[in-house]
Design a protein around this ligand. Structure first.
Ligand code: AMP
Ligand code: MN
Ligand code: MN
Ligand code: MN
Length: 279
């Protein structure tokens, strides 16, 4: 049997909402037996330089990646850009706009928190003091630190989850634009965690069909601790829409036990691996 690489195409560092620096992430992945790792921070590639240096020292095959927020029919969608050229000026310019959208949205969410009696300005300041692009994870941590909720999950349940009192979507770019940015940076686009969007199964199929027609390359068939029936459903969808498959933990933080590094299920054999032609 041909030995399989232990590959993880979806991870976060402190340059977005991960807990570890790129070097710590790579060291932890190495210990967990991962040979190939993509760093895919939310809407930024600023961590890739440090990741590259650490990967060189630790003998890790680093794949340059990013997880870009997009809109498809008013639904926020996450698209992984993998094997991108981090020097692409077009991609860099567009990601700078994404950061501006995130800062704007964070201000709006904190304003909403202010309107319901929480210290919005102080929470905003706490988030803005941190390095990296601001995400709801940062705001959830600020709400916990300030004693308004017990856990980040509570913060999402009460205030920050989709449809909750302080939730705001951002003016993310259309899905097609994001696929185009990734391809023009030489990358491959994979639709992240397809089962996590709160849409009907018909809408999910239309999303995947639009993604495939628009130049998307893969579905994230194995995503973190996805239940095995999700893997099967995604495998079927990938085959049906002639997409390859990617696998990723969506690792953020060693304290969160549900998506550890190095423990991903295998991509079902009927799905073409997104990395197949690169081995
Ligand atoms: P954003 O991209 O700013 O909307 O933030 C999304 C991030 O929030 C996701 O990538 C997760 O890391 C985190 N997140 C979303 N929902 C939850 C939840 N219920 N509990 C904890 N973290 C969450
Ligand atoms: Mn995240
Ligand atoms: Mn995501
Ligand atoms: Mn992610």
């Amino acid at each position: 049997m041909i030995p399989q690489f232990n590959i993880d195409l979806h991870t976060h560092s402190e340059w977005s909402d991960g807990a570890l620096s790129p070097a710590q992430l790579i060291a932890r992945a190495k210990l967990a037996g991962v040979d190939r790792l993509a760093l895919t921070d939310h809407d930024t590639i600023d961590g890739l330089e440090n990741a590259h240096a650490a990967a060189g020292q630790l003998g890790m095959d680093l794949i340059c990646g990013v997880e870009i927020s997009a809109l498809w029919r008013a639904q926020t969608i996450h698209v992984l850009g993998l094997w991108i050229d981090p020097d692409s000026t077009q991609l860099r310019a567009n990601l700078a706009l994404q950061t501006a959208r995130r800062r704007d949205r964070m201000r709006q969410m904190c304003e909403r928190l202010g309107k319901i009696g929480l210290p919005g300005a102080r929470l905003l300041q706490t988030v803005e003091c941190q390095a990296g692009v601001p995400t709801r994870t940062h705001l959830a941590a600020a709400l916990v630190a300030d004693g308004h909720v017990r856990t980040p999950a509570d913060a999402f349940r009460r205030y920050l989850g989709e449809g909750k009192s302080a939730y705001r979507s951002a003016q993310w770019p259309p899905l097609q634009d994001v696929i185009d940015w990734i391809r023009s940076a030489g990358g491959r686009a994979s639709l992240a965690h397809p089962m996590r969007y709160r849409v009907s199964s018909g809408a999910r199929r239309r999303l995947i069909s639009d993604f495939a027609i628009g130049g998307g390359a893969a579905l994230e068939v194995v995503s973190g601790n996805n239940a095995s029936q999700h893997v099967e459903t995604c495998a079927e969808l990938a085959v049906k829409f002639n997409l390859a498959g990617s696998v990723g933990s969506d690792f953020h933080d060693p304290k969160l036990p549900w998506n550890p590094l190095g423990r991903l299920a295998k991509l079902p054999a009927r799905v073409k691996p997104l990395w197949g032609d690169l081995e």
